[in-house]
Design a protein around this ligand. Structure first.
Ligand SMILES: Cc1cc2nc3c(=O)[nH]c(=O)nc-3n(C[C@H](O)[C@H](O)[C@H](O)COP(=O)(O)O)c2cc1C
Length: 450
């Protein structure tokens, strides 16, 4: 979805909670709303730690690491702002477990050699924090979306008529190659523990390697076909990390891919827009047994159907349904997860598009016990202080993310991502260069920003 066309197809214009409730009713969705926000202030136990409140920063890649994979000054600036913003949990962005699995040349990667820089990042988050946050590091292999140097180098679970791009060479990973990646997750988890993170996330969403394997019904061998085979890679990684490292384990999981059969995880064969919640809940039960303590439910594939995961007001195409319908599905994923595995700490996704009215929606979900935590992605780029502002009753709707999609466009153009609208000084020039088709900002000299 890297095309340059943008469609301004809708605008969020619900003045107040009553207007939102009206449109919720009209659209026929079931999204709970509550105007008492007290419960968002509650702390939440997670594994061996706790989140100081129920508001969280989702993993948001800045594509601005140094060449050795360590955080640059721009990366550090982002987490300093997030920490100061007062969220109870900070989920640090995609961090590759091997160089070949980087989604872009500037993706973070944690190694023995750069461990000190990640220790400093974790320490800085603690020092700067308005409240002591629970810190998760997301571990990833980008699979089909690997682009470790300057051009795509996909490593896939299998070929796909929907996702393969003409002219690209696709390397289908053999079972033995997948086996050999498991130690890389363990090594990264050990380093994350030494760096001071509370948890590692074994990322299993958005079409990246583990996520693609979950839907690999068409694949032969130990990692494809049956539910047992498709979930084996993720479960083996969890086992291996659990045995070797004393750190909490989280999983950011696609609840559904919305990819047509025989591709796609968590979808009905006859209509991929209809979730099959059984796949997700069966897997969550296994993950809990294996000691996973935190999950965040998400969906879709940002390269194929970005509206699924991030409801937007303007973007590369007009989403098939009202954003509320897509948001409801994300929230229901959390609800089904919480119902099926009440002991797991469940975080919901899908709030940024609601702007200031995310607050009553978040409070509604918490009140109904649909989730324990609520995660914000683009809102954190636009308004890093969102949590402090929400909890203090001083939320400024004029500082909200407007779901314009520009942070995604920067990423697709090869630049460093951030908020073009509210962090303009830094990100507008990067955005403009990318749109003008100038060489990717991967070569950009990142200035001292801290
Ligand atoms: C620029 C950008 C970078 C992202 N980076 C990551 C990432 O590193 N890991 C991940 O799991 N999701 C990533 N996401 C997805 C977000 O975490 C989140 O799921 C999505 O933006 C929807 O939440 P929101 O509506 O609160 O923005 C990214 C999204 C954007 C727009």
């Amino acid at each position: 979805m890297g095309d340059k066309n943008r469609q301004e197809h809708a605008r969020f214009d619900y003045e107040n909670v009553a207007a939102l409730q009206q449109i919720i009713k009209k659209t026929g969705v079931k999204i709970p709303v509550n105007t008492s926000y007290e419960r968002l202030r509650e702390s939440v136990s997670i594994g061996s730690g706790k989140a100081a409140n129920r508001l969280s920063v989702l993993p948001m890649e800045g594509c601005d690491a140094k060449a050795d994979g360590s955080p640059s000054s721009l990366t550090v600036r982002r987490y300093k702002r997030f920490a100061q913003g007062g969220a109870g949990l900070i989920w640090v962005e995609a961090t590759a477990v091997v160089p070949a699995g980087k989604a872009n040349p500037r993706q973070l990667i944690l190694t023995k050699e750069n461990l000190a820089s990640f220790q400093s990042l974790a320490a800085l988050i603690d020092q700067q924090a308005a409240v002591e946050p629970y810190k998760v590091l997301q571990l990833t292999h980008s699979g089909r979306y690997s682009r470790p140097v300057d051009k795509p180098a996909p490593q896939v679970a299998g070929r796909s008529q929907y996702l393969d791009k003409p002219g690209l060479q696709y390397d289908v990973l053999a079972d033995e190659e997948l086996d050999s990646l498991i130690p890389a997750y363990v090594k990264s988890a050990k380093l994350a523990q030494l760096a001071g993170f509370n948890a590692v996330d074994i990322k299993a969403c958005h079409g990246y390697l583990i996520s693609e394997l979950l839907g690999a019904r068409y694949r032969e061998g130990r990692y494809g076909g049956s539910f047992e085979n498709r979930t084996r890679f993720l479960l083996n990684i969890v086992d291996a990390v659990r045995q070797a490292v004393d750190i909490d384990i989280a999983v950011r999981l696609n609840a559904y891919d919305e990819l047509p059969h025989p591709y796609g995880w968590g979808v009905r064969a006859e209509d991929c827009r209809q979730p099959d919640w059984n796949e997700m809940t069966s897997l969550l039960k296994l993950l809990e047994k294996k000691g996973v303590t935190l999950v965040n439910l998400t969906g879709g594939n940002p390269y194929y159907n970005p509206h699924v995961n991030r409801p937007y007001d303007s973007g590369p195409y007009k989403p098939p349904f009202h954003q509320l319908i897509h948001a409801e599905k994300l929230f229901k994923a959390a609800m089904h997860a919480k119902q099926a595995v009440p002991g797991l700490c469940v975080m919901a996704t899908g709030f940024s598009w609601f702007r200031d009215l995310a607050l009553p929606v978040a409070a509604g979900l918490i009140e109904r016990n649909w989730c324990d935590l609520v995660g914000f992605g683009r809102q954190a780029f636009a308004y890093p202080d969102f949590a402090k502002a929400m909890l203090s009753g001083h939320f400024d709707k004029n500082k909200c993310c407007i779901a314009c999609g520009k942070c995604s466009e920067i990423m697709r153009d090869g630049g460093c991502s951030g908020c073009v609208v509210f962090d303009r000084e830094i990100y507008q020039p990067i955005y403009r260069e990318g749109r003008a088709g100038k060489p990717p900002i991967a070569s950009l000299e990142i200035k001292e920003h801290v």
